[in-house]
Design a protein around this ligand. Structure first.
Ligand SMILES: [Zn+2]
Length: 244
């Protein structure tokens, strides 16, 4: 069987620029803004309270451990740690988002301007710049039982996440894989994430653009969501890039 190759090898005049956003689910014992436990249960809506279920008039209280874990991730990826950091509301409607908005960070996030070093295909070292790391809450889950029936389970709502965002410094699928493996190793070593991809504890979205090799400006960005999820790390290895 022949080894799958990137379509870019057939278009030597082009290069690819990839930025990766990884959602890291933190291993704190309680949720980010309430004391509900984060451990898994098969009983739907067993780990919810008035805060993570989005009742009116409730006030979120930040989990100190989430901040500590965010700072640990920032220091391990050579980031600057913001002395002052704020939360923001990202409004959208979805049944598994009981408040109608997600609490996340806009600017300034907790960590900025870091880097992770990877080994490229030719064995040389390359720094992948980290644009930002921010703290946010996860949404719940919709379960579509049949074409007529859907259920909402809010056990996951309010689970703490870090979003780790790179600059578009990644130039091949090899580098993308090397970066994700390195980041996966870092968060597992720190003990801030189980790294369990089957449970969605480490999941990646990619921003990909293609341009002529001599072009200075990046090409049009295309976002591929939840690429690394449930056992699919090898998918990225064989990822095909469309050239227009
Ligand atoms: Zn709660």
């Amino acid at each position: 069987m022949s080894t799958p190759t990137s379509i870019l090898e057939r278009y030597p005049a082009y290069r690819v620029d990839i930025g990766i956003e990884v959602h890291v689910q933190l291993t704190t014992q309680s949720k980010i803004f309430c004391t509900c436990p984060t451990f898994k249960t098969d009983i739907p809506n067993a780990h919810i309270c008035s805060i993570c279920a989005g009742y009116p008039g409730t006030l979120p209280v930040l989990n100190k451990k989430v901040v500590e874990y965010a700072v640990m991730a920032g220091l391990a990826t050579n980031c600057s740690i913001s002395q002052q950091s704020t939360f923001a509301r990202k409004h959208y409607f979805y049944p598994d988002l009981p408040k109608g908005y997600q609490i996340t960070q806009s600017w300034p996030p907790i960590c900025t301007q870091g880097w992770v070093e990877i080994k490229t295909a030719d064995g040389s070292l390359k720094k992948i710049r980290i644009m930002r790391i921010h703290m946010e809450e996860d949404a719940g889950k919709n379960i579509h039982a049949s074409t007529h029936e859907s259920f909402v389970d809010l056990n996951r709502a309010g689970t703490p996440l870090l979003e780790i965002v790179t600059e578009p410094d990644i130039s091949s699928t090899h580098e993308a894989r090397a970066y994700l493996k390195e980041l996966h190793t870092i968060v597992r070593y720190l003990g801030i994430c189980s790294g369990n991809m089957e449970e969605g504890a480490f999941r990646a979205d990619t921003n990909i653009s293609v341009r002529k090799k001599d072009a200075e400006k990046l090409g049009t960005k295309v976002e591929l969501k939840i690429l690394i999820h449930s056992n699919s790390l090898p998918m990225l290895l064989n990822m095909k890039l469309n050239v227009r």
